[in-house]
Design a protein around this ligand. Structure first.
Ligand SMILES: [Zn+2]
Length: 677
C-alpha cells in the first residue's frame, strides 16, 4: 500500500469503529468501551486529520458532537446551538490556548473562570415567566430531544423561579449538566443487581439512561442532579458582566453550580488549580473528567467569538487518560535472574497518564493466550496511579493480516538451553541454571553460600568485580581464579592477603559432601533437605544424574514437579558441561552414610524453642544425618517435635494433634544412642 492509501485506510477504520461505539453509547446507552478509550480513538483520528487535512473523510465524526435524537422523543431545534468545547491535554496546550486568547485581546487584563468538567449529560432548560417549560438534551448540538417530563423529576433543579433579590426574567435558558453523584450511582447499581436487573457501566451512562426513560416515574426514582454552567439566553438581560457573576446570579433561584469554582488571574494559576483538583478528584462526590477554563469577562467572550464550532474563549482541560491505544511492535522474552521467562511487549511509545510507555510486561504465556495479543495488534494500555502499565485489551478490529501469533520459545534467548514449564506451573523457565548468563549472579550467590559450597569471602562485591573483569562466566570458573592472581590484585581494595584468603577458601571448598554439591547446583525445587534426601537415596552423583522420573519420585521429599525440574536440569547440556568441569577441577566428597544407618529415614521432625546445648541448626543437622526430614511446621504427619525452652505455637499444635513431643534431655539421649553425640 502507498502511504496515502494507508492513511486513508486508517481514517476509514477509525471512523467505522467510532461510529459503532457512538451508536452503542448514545443511542443504546450501552457503552462498548471506556470513555478514555473512545477519546483515544477520537484523538488519533483528529491527529491524523490535522496532519493530513487533504484526506479528511466526509463522514468524519470529529466535526460533530455525536449522538442522534432518539425517534421516540420529540425533536427540538436549539435556538442557540449547544456546541462542544475544544480540548487541551497538557500544560503546553493550555498555555497555547491562553496565548491565542491574549493575542486577540492585546493589553487587556484577562481573568479565567475555572470549573469542574462534569462527566454527565449536557441539557438545556427553558423557563418562561419563571416556569420550567422545557428540558432538551444536547443531541447533535443543533437538535436535541424533549425530555421535559424527566427533567422535572430532578430534585435539585428549580421548577419555578422565585427570588427575594430581584425580578424573575421573562425568558431564561440555562445550560448545565445532568449527572448521577457517585454515591447514588453505587446505590442504584447495587439495587439493580439485587433485583437481577441491568447495571450501568459508569455514572454517566446511568444518568443518560435515566434521562431517556419514557416513563418519568423511573427517572424520578433515579438519584440525578443538575449543575448549571451557563446562560444561553436571558430576557431582560441579567446585567452581570462576568461568567462567574452570572453563575452566582443563578444560585439565587436555587440552581446548583458545582463544588469547586475558581477565578484565576493567570494561566499559571489555572494550571495550579488543575493539578490540585486532579490530585483530589477521587474524593469528590461526582465524576469529573477535567476542568473547564473560560475567559471570565462576558464582553471579552464576545470579542473572542467562535472558531468553526468551538468557542475561542473556553476549553476543556482533560485529565490525563489512564488508557491509551498503541500498537505492539514486538514481543520479547526476558530471562530473570532465577530463570523465569517473561514476555515483554515492545510498544509504539504512547503517553498514558502523563508518562510515555514503550514496554509493558505480559507476565506469562497464559496472559498472552488470555488476551490473544499478537505482534502488530492494536492494544489499550492502562495505567492508574503508580501502578505499572498493563495491556488491558486487544482490538481485533485493528488486527493487520500479517499479525504474528506468539508462542513460548523452545530455547532460552540468552543461553539456548531448553525452556521448560511443568504442568500446573504458570511460569516458563530456562533450564540452564548453571550456565545461563541471565542467571549467573544468582547461581554464583547460591553456589558459594554457606549451606552449599561454603566459599567464605566470595561476597557480592568480589562477584561484581570478577564479572566486570570477565573472570566468571559460570560457577566452574571460580576454580580457575588462581590462574588470574595478577588480575585479582588489580581489583580495588583487594590486597595480596585478601586474594590469598579467597583462593584458600576456594581450594578448601573442593572437599564437600554429595548433599552440599547437589544443593549448590541450584536445581529448582531442590532445597537443602531435598538435596540430602537425594544424596542418601542415590549415593553417587552419577546415579542421581541418570535417575528417571519414577526413581526420583521415590525419594522422600521429591514430588512430581521437583522430579521434573531435576530431569530438566540434567537434560540441559550446558549444565552438564559446567558439572563436568566442576568435577574435573577436583570437587570431591566422602561417600554418604548408607541408608541402612539412617534410622530416622523419611520421618518428619520439627525443632522448636531454644535448646541450651546447641542451636536449632545443629539439632537439625543431627536429625538430617539420621535421615529425618526437618520441617518448619507441625502437621499430623510430623513424627516428633523437639521442644526447647519457650516453645510456642508449634508445641501447642503438636499437643493438639497428639504428635510426640521430646524435651532437650530426651533428644540428647536419643542422639547419643544413635552415636551422633
Ligand atoms: Zn538461559
Amino acid at each position: 500500500m502507498t502511504q496515502d492509501s494507508t492513511i486513508k485506510a486508517q481514517m476509514r477504520q477509525l471512523i467505522q469503529i467510532l461510529a459503532k461505539h457512538n451508536h452503542a453509547y448514545y443511542v443504546m446507552d450501552q457503552p462498548s468501551i471506556e470513555d478514555s478509550e473512545y477519546d483515544q480513538l477520537f484523538h488519533q483520528l483528529k491527529a491524523l486529520e490535522e496532519q493530513y487535512p487533504e484526506y479528511i473523510q466526509a463522514d468524519t465524526p470529529t466535526n460533530k458532537v455525536g449522538g442522534k435524537a432518539l425517534p421516540k422523543f420529540a425533536s427540538v431545534t436549539h435556538a442557540v446551538p449547544m456546541l462542544s468545547l475544544g480540548n487541551v491535554f497538557n500544560q503546553e496546550d493550555l498555555f497555547a490556548f491562553a496565548r491565542r486568547v491574549e493575542e486577540r485581546l492585546p493589553n487587556q487584563k484577562i481573568q479565567y473562570d475555572v470549573e469542574l468538567k462534569f462527566d454527565g449529560l449536557a441539557i438545556s432548560l427553558w423557563y418562561e415567566q419563571g416556569i420550567l417549560v422545557r428540558g432538551v438534551t444536547r443531541g447533535d448540538g443543533e437538535t436535541g430531544e424533549d425530555i421535559t417530563h424527566n427533567v422535572r423529576t430532578i430534585r435539585n433543579l428549580p421548577k419555578v423561579l422565585s427570588s427575594v433579590q430581584g425580578s424573575v426574567p421573562a425568558l431564561l435558558e440555562v445550560r448545565g449538566e445532568v449527572l448521577m453523584p457517585k454515591a447514588g450511582f453505587e446505590k442504584l447499581n447495587a439495587e439493580n443487581a439485587a433485583k437481577g436487573e441491568k447495571t450501568f457501566a459508569n455514572p454517566r451512562n446511568a444518568a443518560a439512561g435515566s434521562l431517556r426513560q419514557l416513563d418519568p416515574a423511573i427517572a424520578a426514582s433515579r438519584p440525578l442532579a443538575f449543575y448549571a454552567y451557563g446562560i444561553a439566553q436571558c430576557e431582560p438581560h441579567h446585567g452581570q458582566t462576568t461568567m462567574s457573576a452570572s453563575l452566582e446570579w443563578l444560585t439565587q433561584f436555587g440552581f446548583a453550580v458545582g463544588e469547586c469554582h475558581f477565578i484565576c488571574d493567570s494561566i499559571q494559576e489555572v494550571q495550579q488549580r488543575y493539578e490540585e483538583i486532579n490530585a483530589k478528584r477521587q474524593n469528590l462526590s461526582v465524576e469529573i473528567d477535567g476542568m473547564v477554563i473560560k475567559v471570565d469577562s462576558l464582553k471579552q467572550q464576545k470579542q473572542l467569538g467562535f472558531l468553526s464550532r468551538e468557542p475561542r474563549w473556553a476549553t476543556a482541560y482533560k485529565f490525563p487518560a489512564v488508557a491509551a491505544l498503541t500498537t505492539v511492535e514486538n514481543i520479547d522474552w526476558q530471562v530473570g535472574r532465577t530463570g523465569t521467562l517473561t514476555p515483554v511487549a515492545r510498544l509504539n511509545p504512547v503517553a498514558v497518564g502523563g508518562v510515555t510507555v514503550s514496554n509493558v510486561t505480559l507476565h506469562n504465556i497464559g496472559e498472552i493466550h488470555r488476551l490473544d495479543v499478537r505482534i502488530g495488534d492494536t492494544v489499550s494500555v492502562y495505567r492508574s496511579g503508580d501502578v505499572i502499565p498493563k495491556v488491558e485489551k486487544v482490538w481485533p478490529e485493528f488486527r493487520p493480516d500479517d499479525a504474528v501469533e506468539v508462542h513460548l520459545p523452545e530455547q532460552c534467548p540468552m543461553c539456548e538451553s531448553p525452556v521448560v514449564m511443568p504442568e500446573g506451573e504458570a511460569l516458563a523457565r530456562c533450564s540452564g541454571g548453571l550456565y545461563c548468563a541471565a542467571q549467573r549472579i544468582e547461581a554464583i550467590r547460591h553456589f558459594v553460600s554457606r549451606k552449599a559450597m561454603d566459599i567464605e569471602g566470595l561476597g557480592e562485591r568480589w562477584v561484581e568485580s570478577l564479572l566486570h573483569l570477565d573472570l566468571l562466566k559460570n560457577v566452574a570458573d571460580i576454580y580457575c581464579l588462581h590462574e588470574h592472581r595478577e588480575q585479582l590484585l588489580t581489583i580495588e581494595k583487594m590486597g595480596e592477603k585478601s586474594v590469598q584468603n579467597l583462593l584458600d577458601a576456594i581450594e578448601h571448598s573442593k572437599k564437600t559432601t554429595l548433599a552440599s554439591f547437589i544443593y549448590a547446583l541450584g536445581i529448582r525445587g531442590v532445597g537443602e533437605t531435598t538435596a540430602r534426601m537425594l544424596a542418601n537415596t542415590f549415593q553417587t552423583f552419577e546415579a542421581l544424574q541418570n535417575a528417571d522420573i519414577e526413581a526420583l519420585k521415590k525419594t522422600p521429599d521429591v514430588g512430581e514437579i521437583t522430579a521434573e525440574w531435576i530431569i530438566d536440569f540434567f537434560q540441559a547440556e550446558h549444565n552438564l558441561e559446567v558439572v563436568k568441569r566442576l568435577l574435573e577441577v577436583g570437587i570431591h566428597w566422602d561417600a554418604p552414610i548408607a541408608p541402612t544407618r539412617q534410622p530416622l529415614n523419611g520421618e518428619s521432625w520439627v525443632v522448636t524453642g531454644t535448646l541450651s546445648s546447641m542451636g536449632r541448626d545443629d539439632a537439625t543437622q543431627l536429625l538430617q544425618a539420621l535421615g529425618a526430614r526437618v520441617s518448619g511446621s507441625v502437621s499430623s504427619k510430623t513424627k516428633c517435635v523437639v521442644a526447647g525452652e519457650k516453645a510456642g505455637s508449634k508445641l501447642e499444635k503438636a499437643e493438639k494433634l497428639g504428635v510426640r513431643v521430646m524435651n532437650e534431655a530426651e533428644f540428647l539421649k536419643l542422639m547419643a544412642e544413635y552415636g551422633q553425640m
